[in-house]
Design a protein around this ligand. Structure first.
Ligand code: NAD
Ligand code: MG
Length: 396
């Protein structure tokens, strides 16, 4: 494999200017500077922050970048600049070689074509971009198997489950997995108060610093809905095998209950550099640069069930897993548009869940055989929710 010849591994970071992308570059710099891994960043993709993208490319000596906002392409003095909505996929197709590692840190279904292109080229993928699996797990997982590539989960809960699973033998040994949820900023709010939440309220997460979309998803717990569906694809479990528990300290990231009654949990401070490094190193243990857990300051770990009255979104995960087909693409796309509308103050917070549920109830669910099936369902759900938001505004 060309990408890992002489122990050096080429890396492409998609979404390099975001919260995960910046942390991934920080972990890569740490691993390289400390001599723990030989990683060579050869491509970077971003949405619109051209200044930061150009600075990263200059600092790392990267000759290939992609930017979705074509109007910013002129700001980047790099040899090869791909620009426009398909730029990330074009970058992968131009630069990726078999055996490279692609970090999928773009937000939303926008990351799907580039991720599929990376897998298709025989690259391993460190995947943070959960929307890709939610919308198209039915394509991504078989393609990864067929190409013989690894998908390393970056999401902290899924990294935790992957680590816990290593202590059992085979998925038959698993009774169920449990993903933890911080509960987000509205964990202790009443449903009436949640109904009045502003974008600023939803963006102030108590334990994690993240991009805007995932912060709103955490507040609605749609993030956990996406993660249950992500876990279904990654670990091959049905809805009965995946549970969620609220754990406000975000120290335990997930646990696996085995058939013999043993429960194995993974713990760590809320610092994404830990799961990012685990993914970047293919699950090997190297000295890290993330925060450390100090048991002396760990006075308690609390667990409580999810309250469906406050967080109705979680209930949608089961229906998507059971329905399959394009239902995941519909749920994801509807949520992306509804979150944007909420952040633009066009709809109230609880309307996010209502719109996603309406999209799932009203739009036809078809089989997923090609990327086109996913993209068509995605487009239809976006149009449905955009129209519902407009109608709501007109009648307001
Ligand atoms: P973010 O908004 O901070 O960053 C998103 C990145 O994607 C940015 O670099 C942006 O420029 C880029 N991007 C957006 N549209 C693009 C396009 N069309 N083409 C190329 N690049 C594009 O988001 P984030 O918090 O870093 O989250 C990224 C992904 O990781 C999401 O799927 C999220 O659910 C997942 N994730 C994030 C965290 C976290 O702690 N932030 C934890 C677990 C999973
Ligand atoms: Mg997570």
């Amino acid at each position: 494999m060309t990408g890992i010849a002489d122990g050096r591994r080429r890396v492409i970071v998609l979404g390099s200017t975001g919260s995960i992308g910046v942390s991934a570059l920080d972990v890569i710099a740490h691993l390289v500077d400390s001599g723990h891994a030989r990683l060579d960043v050869v491509g970077l993709a971003a949405g619109s922050r051209s200044g930061l993208l150009a600075e990263q490319a200059g600092r790392l000596g990267v000759a290939h970048v992609a930017i979705a906002d074509a109007s910013r392409a002129g700001d980047i003095a790099v040899e090869n600049v791909h620009a426009g909505p398909d730029a990330a996929r074009e970058l992968v197709e131009a630069v990726a070689e078999p055996g490279d590692l692609v970090v999928g840190a773009m937000v939303g279904a926008a990351g799907l074509p580039a991720t599929i292109a990376a897998i298709d080229r025989g690259c391993d993928v460190a995947l943070a971009n959960k929307e890709t699996l939610v919308a198209a797990g039915a394509l991504v997982m078989p393609l990864a198997r067929q190409r013989g590539v690894e998908l390393y989960p970056v999401d902290s809960e899924h990294s935790a489950i992957a680590q816990c699973l290593r202590s059992g033998r085979g998925i038959d040994a698993v009774r169920r997995i449990v993903l933890t949820a911080s509960g987000g900023p509205f964990r202790a709010w009443s449903p009436e108060r949640i109904a009045t939440a502003t974008p600023a309220d939803a963006l102030s997460h108590p334990t994690w610093e993240m991009g805007r979309k995932i912060s709103v998803d955490s507040a609605s717990m749609m993030n956990k809905t996406l993660e249950v569906i992500e876990a279904h694809w990654l670990f091959g479990l049905d809805a009965d095998g995946i549970e969620v528990v609220v754990h406000r300290q975000s120290i335990v990231h997930g646990f696996v209950e085995f058939v013999d009654g043993s429960v194995v949990a993974q713990l760590g401070p809320p610092d994404m550099r830990t799961p990012i490094q685990y993914a970047l190193t293919g699950g090997t243990r190297r000295p890290g640069n993330s925060k450390r857990l100090d048991w002396r300051t760990l006075s308690s770990l609390d667990f409580e069930p999810v309250d469906p009255a406050r967080f109705p979104a979680l209930g949608l995960a089961r229906s998507v897993i059971e329905q399959g087909g394009t239902s995941g693409a519909i749920l994801n796309a509807a949520n992306e548009i509804a979150v944007e509308a909420f952040l633009d103050e066009r709809i109230p917070f609880p309307r996010i869940h209502d719109l996603v549920r309406e999209a799932l109830e009203r739009l036809p669910v078809g089989p997923v055989e090609t990327l086109q099936d996913v993209l068509a369902a995605d487009a239809e759900a976006r149009a449905f929710v955009a129209k519902s938001c407009l109608t709501a505004q007109e009648s307001a």
